[in-house]
Design a protein around this ligand. Structure first.
Ligand code: HEC
Length: 326
């Protein structure tokens, strides 16, 4: 018995020594594991029509945040882009210097550089953020390598994962995040992951409100506020001030649940809106009845608050594209 124990101990010790020896070596390999040999160096075209190579031009030696999009998406992806636009503002000067955002279209045939340019413009995309299109087959391989396509329904578009991959090519580390997370949370995650001392404290970061919200407000802040204000002007979508008065609550409820169907049915209000907000559609956020009811009450109450505030001070005109900052 004692003999057996001894053997076990010896075996364990030998194993531990072997592991300790192997680790530094594995570490060195891991540094290159997700580098030039891993990523296909495919040619992509930016929203400005520039030809770039995925690895050599966009990733090599850089910090990147990569997601996949397609501009005709009626599901979550516009929310992803809207949230990343908020992260972009929080990161301020780090954009295009310490980090680059790459949004790759999985519908490259429709998403020409021109379409991507208009889409990016709608979200107030600034320097350091590229929207990319290219050969469909190449992109399929790339998104799979990036872990940004679900294997089974990879190209059934709506099946795409709303993930944001963070990668640092200098140390070969990659990390998956949800692209629809709270922007402040995402910005802080990036700061930690890339080893920055802090996120550049821009005005919007300093003014960020604390998160002690009721459910409806939380839903509004997390799912709507990237695109809408209540009483502070149009942003990516229309100002929702008084929307329950302008439209009927029943119309708003239905629109929140299935905006794409309301539009497809030729509803005049929906058609009018789609003409005004051409490149981005109100996404179907798969809201449940309870959330919809709570949101309508919330919009109703907030509309009244906004009206009172406007009576106290004349509204400032905000322009839709001009840095959609808060
Ligand atoms: C990615 C941006 C985006 C997000 C996120 C978003 N919307 Fe919209 N929304 C739009 C756009 C754009 C329109 C204009 C209609 C169109 O073109 O599809 C719109 C239209 C609307 C309208 C009709 C406004 C009117 O004037 O009649 C309502 C109501 C609305 N959204 C509510 C919401 C609510 C509530 C949420 C959150 C649960 C939300 N939206 C999330 C972009 C967005």
């Amino acid at each position: 018995m004692a003999m057996l124990l001894l053997c076990w101990k010896a075996a364990l010790k030998a194993m531990l020594v072997a592991m300790a020896l192997a680790l530094p070596w594995q570490g060195a390999i891991a540094g290159n594991q997700w580098g030039a040999d891993y990523f296909p160096d495919i040619v992509l075209t930016t929203q400005d029509g520039d030809k770039v190579r995925f690895y050599d031009d966009l990733v090599k030696g850089k910090n990147v945040a990569v997601n996949v999009i397609y501009t005709s998406c009626r599901d979550e992806c516009p929310l992803e882009t809207a949230r990343m636009a908020e992260v972009q503002r929080l990161l301020g000067e780090r954009m295009g210097k310490d980090i680059f955002f790459l949004s790759i279209s999985i519908d490259p045939e429709k998403d020409t550089p021109k379409v991507l340019k208009a889409y990016a413009g709608k979200f107030g995309v600034g320097p350091g953020w590229l929207f990319l299109t290219g050969n469909k087959g190449d992109i399929k391989v790339l998104t799979r390598k990036l872990g940004l396509s679900r294997s089974s329904d990879a190209f059934s578009k709506d099946g795409h994962a709303s993930s944001l991959m963070l990668g640092s090519d200098t140390n070969g580390q990659w990390m998956r995040n949800s692209a629809v997370d709270n922007p402040r949370f995402l910005a802080t995650t990036m700061a930690n992951f890339f080893g920055w001392k802090d996120v550049v404290p821009t005005a919007s970061y300093a003014q960020a409100r604390p998160l002690d919200l009721g459910r409806a407000q939380f839903t509004f802040e997390s799912r709507c506020a990237s695109c809408h204000t209540i009483g502070q002007g149009d942003r990516i979508g229309p100002d929702l001030n008084q929307v329950t008065v302008r439209r009927s609550p029943a119309w708003v409820a239905r629109y929140l649940k299935e905006p794409e169907k309301v539009l497809a049915e030729g509803d005049p209000s929906a058609v009018g809106l789609s003409k005004r907000y051409q490149q981005v559609r109100m996404p179907n956020l798969r809201l449940g009845d309870e959330d919809v009811a709570a949101l309508i009450r919330y919009l109703d109450e907030q509309g009244k608050v906004a009206v009172t505030a406007q009576q106290a001070a004349p509204p400032q005109h905000s322009h839709q594209h001009k840095e959609a900052g808060r």
